[in-house]
Design a protein around this ligand. Structure first.
Ligand code: B12
Ligand code: SF4
Ligand code: SF4
Length: 332
């Protein structure tokens, strides 16, 4: 048996836009991968087509397609297939493609030649570890999923641990910070895939706007989106946390007040927490920035740097304050 490992780019054109949203506590941040159509079906269809094309060339063969659909170690397989290396943030990165791509596989019974694994190029860089708002990357290549905002906002059921809430800033669905700071993503391939374009203005929407969606509207608007799977209650729960982290403003308070009497106990608790944050913070709360990180001296020389393509070891510091992460951990 052999595994054909495939990457599908989802990177959006402009990372600055992502930083601007993270900087603006009135707006909602949705992970880039979830702005458009759910990738699972799209990628599975493409892999099926690829299998059909192979069959047209070599004749019928046995195969099975996977996209997150079974306990498959997708990153390890992709690394072994030469698609990239597993970065310190634990995502797969390619020198030319960055890390904004999904993974999928076709298991085949064809005697294909085996590719060589990709070599690693993180060097001494620690940007992703330093940038993680919740310190979820507890050591290079080790993620504590319980601290990861992606897990907390997408997978976690029930109440979000109160100590994690202030660290989440305005991230309401998934998180990209560790990838946004990664130097290799400066060169990431961007996608023109219309299906991955932002729907419902999810890349610019304000928190009160999204908080106002009732369940039927939520279901209608998230049709075909990965967001739908988490359900309306979790959606509201996450936005309540983000509204609690927003700079005090009449709009945020009004939105929270409108859900004070929500039938779900979970929601009421999160709304009360958020309102308490506003009561306790009469002055505009300082929004944390990446300033300190941008000022960190560039990591020391690592292996193979390309002249035209600076690796993480070269100075990639950004202008002060451009990379904002609201409410980083030291600001609790
Ligand atoms: C669970 C999961 C999560 C969890 C935990 C993530 C984690 N880093 O552990 C949460 C919800 C936090 C999460 C978040 C995200 N995820 Co996710 N997630 C998965 C999922 C479904 C399973 C991963 C898993 O736990 N596998 C089981 C463990 C045991 O395996 P593993 O983590 O891959 O690593 C082990 C193996 O590689 C093994 N190993 C390594 N080498 C070798 C060699 C040998 C011989 C052996 C035996 C084993 C071995 O050791 C590793 C450590 O135990 C995968 C899809 C998949 N099926 O792989 C997507 C996946 C990893 N996620 C993906 C994405 C896009 C994300 C997010 C970016 C989404 C977002 N923007 O919010 C974030 C990124 C967070 C981060 N920094 O990693 C993509 C990553 C694409 C890429 N370029 O790498 C995947 C591959 C989905 C996909 N099909 O595209 N995710
Ligand atoms: S996705 Fe966000 S919370 Fe999770 S490890 Fe990356 S930066 Fe940290
Ligand atoms: S930010 Fe640095 S350490 Fe993290 S994955 Fe990218 S190159 Fe590796």
């Amino acid at each position: 048996m052999r595994v054909i490992s495939v990457g599908l780019d989802y990177g959006h054109k402009d990372d600055l836009h992502a930083w601007a949203t993270l900087d603006d506590s009135e707006r909602a941040y949705v992970a880039r991968y979830a702005l458009g159509r759910d990738y699972h079906k799209l990628m599975r269809n493409r892999l099926q087509k690829l299998a059909a094309r192979i069959a047209a060339e070599v004749g019928p063969f046995g195969y099975r397609v996977f996209v997150d659909s079974a306990p498959v170690l997708e990153r390890a397989l992709a690394r072994n297939a030469g698609l990239g290396w597993i970065g310190k943030h634990t995502c797969l990165i390619d020198r030319d493609g960055g890390s904004w791509f999904f993974l999928g596989e076709i298991y085949v019974d064809l005697p294909l030649p085996v590719d060589a694994p990709a070599s690693a190029h993180c060097g001494t860089c620690t940007r992703c570890i330093d940038a993680c708002p919740t310190a979820a990357i507890i050591a290079p290549y080790r993620l504590d999923a319980r601290r990861c905002i992606s897990y907390l906002t997408i997978e976690h059921e029930g109440a979000i641990p109160p100590e994690m809430r202030p660290l989440m800033g305005n991230r309401i669905y998934g998180c990209d910070d560790c990838q946004l700071v990664c130097t290799w993503n400066k060169f990431a391939r961007r996608t023109d895939e219309p299906d991955f374009r932002a729907r419902n203005n999810l890349d610019t929407a304000t928190l009160p706007t999204l908080f106002a969606w009732e369940e039927d509207e939520f279901l209608r608007r998230t049709e075909g989106s990965p967001i739908r799977r988490s359900g309306h209650e979790r959606w509201l729960r996450n936005i309540a946390v983000a509204l609690g982290n927003a700079a005090p403003a009449a709009d945020a308070r009004r939105a929270l007040e409108s859900r004070r009497g929500h039938p779900s106990e979970l929601m009421r608790e999160h709304v009360h927490w958020a309102l308490r944050r506003h009561d306790d913070a009469p002055h505009p709360r300082r929004i944390g920035t990446h300033r300190d990180q941008a000022r960190t001296p560039p990591p020391a020389q690592a292996s193979r740097a390309s002249a035209s393509r600076p690796g993480p070891q070269e100075d990639t510091a950004v202008p002060d304050g451009r990379h904002g992460i609201p409410l980083r951990r030291r600001e609790q």
